[in-house]
Ligand binder design. Structure first.
Ligand code: HEC
Length: 395
């Protein structure tokens, strides 16, 4: 019962997490677009930077942006902050339910580091807190006047953290934690910096004081970081479905490539939406394609992969003993009434059709057999891999 309850809680949290993340990222993309679509026109109210017209859901919208503030503060002011907070809260709750509750299966990999559950959880929580303090310090350090340098240091720090996680956690948890520290920086920016600073500005305006321009600048630096980090974080959050990303012995190299791809895609949209033409908006997609191809090529380079002699009979026996107990139309494992994930290995045809997934789950990573209940050995994984790569011959 407990494990089924865990699945249900995890499902509802994941649902809520995705919905709030869509709300957060959707509104932030919308405002990025809105900002660049503003046009200065005659007849706009005083202090207006520009306005923008849009049509949606059968109605027309007319939005005016005031660079500093309108003459009079409106009664009702909509703040966009809960989208971000809810995303972090549901995300952290998922880390608790999936990785802390299930620490022995998913967070800890005893072949990587022999940690106790308490140690692993402390490192996990500590890393989120430490990441925020480091990042906040970086943004306030003397480097802050050189935003490109700040971003370069941040890039190196994130890649280094992902390398560090790889030495401590299971490969899957390592990628997830890399995403989690970035997401914590992003929500921290909203919670600790952007919203409090905007509140100071609003209070100044209400009291008839001229707000200090530095608050706007600080918020701008932080929201630029959020903008460039959004896309990589999303990939890291879905990476748990793709062992080819996280199971690589040098997975941190792919983290670096993902950071580059995500930032370059955002640069394209920022420039495109700002109305730039020609080379300024042409270089990004080829660079993205190059890095994407680079990632694929890099993922196939596996210094830890060996081709070994195999026998088809032995390979089929390995699948029967280690997998078919669960992955069958009639599983013999007491916990499964149906084949988990709909994946069945009862016939050679079925095995062949899942060949690349089996390699990903069992040969390139140790995700399957689940919890290595059957005690599958490294030699068996290598033999199975060589057999599958040879096309899973019957004889
Ligand atoms: C103890 C039961 C159990 C055993 C043994 C087991 N699996 Fe699984 N397998 C699962 C469960 C549960 C899932 C669904 C996981 C999920 O939904 O994320 C799964 C999912 C999969 C998937 C689908 C992953 C995807 O991307 O959707 C593959 C492929 C797979 N297993 C291969 C294997 C192979 C190969 C073996 C033997 C080496 C094996 N499994 C042994 C329980 C098992």
């Amino acid at each position: 019962m407990a494990s089924i309850l865990q699945e249900w809680i995890s499902l509802f949290l994941r649902w809520a997490h995705i919905i709030s993340a869509i709300g957060w990222i959707g509104s932030s993309f919308y405002f990025m677009w809105l900002d660049s679509s503003l046009k200065k026109r005659k007849g706009l109210p005083e202090g207006a930077k520009g306005d923008s017209w849009a049509v949606h859901g059968g109605g027309f919208y007319h939005v005016v942006k005031y660079q500093i503030a309108p003459d009079e503060m409106p009664e009702a002011l909509k703040w966009f902050k809960w989208e971000s907070y809810a995303t972090w809260l549901t995300g952290f709750a998922m880390v608790v339910v999936v990785y802390y509750w299930g620490a022995n299966g998913l967070l800890i990999d005893r072949e990587v580091a022999d940690l106790s559950v308490a140690q692993a959880i402390s490192i996990s929580v500590g890393s989120l807190i430490a990441a925020w303090f480091f990042y906040d310090w970086l943004c306030k350090s003397p480097l802050k006047s050189r935003p490109v340098l700040v971003f370069a240091v941040l890039f190196v720090a994130i890649v280094a953290a992902s390398w560090g996680f790889q030495q401590i956690f299971s490969p899957r948890a390592a990628w997830l934690h890399t995403g989690a520290i970035i997401a914590t920086m992003m929500t921290g920016n909203v919670f600790f910096v952007i919203i409090p600073n905007t509140k100071i500005v609003v209070a100044d305006l209400k009291a008839g004081r001229t707000p200090d321009g530095k608050y706007g600048e600080i918020a701008k630096l932080r929201s630029t970081h959020n903008n460039y980090l959004t896309l990589p974080v999303i990939l890291m959050m879905i990476s748990n479905h793709y062992p080819m990303l996280y199971s690589h012995p040098y997975a941190w190299v792919m983290v670096a490539m993902v950071l580059v791809i995500g930032a370059v895609v955002r640069i394209f949209y920022n420039m495109h939406e700002a109305g730039m033409h020609g080379f300024q908006v042409r270089w990004q997609w080829p660079v993205v394609a190059l890095f994407a191809i680079g990632m694929i090529a890099f993922s196939t380079w596996r210094p830890d992969q060996k081709e070994v002699a195999f026998s088809s009979t032995a390979a089929l026996e390995i699948v029967a003993v280690n997998c078919v107990i669960c992955h069958s139309a009639t599983p013999t494992n007491e916990f499964f009434e149906d084949a988990p994930g709909g994946v069945k290995f009862d016939t050679l045809e079925q095995i062949r059709s899942f060949s690349s997934k089996i390699i990903a789950q069992t040969v390139l990573s140790n995700m399957m057999p689940l919890g290595n209940e059957t005690g599958m050995t490294q030699e068996q994984r290598e033999e199975l891999g060589s057999w599958l790569r040879a096309g899973a011959p019957a004889e």
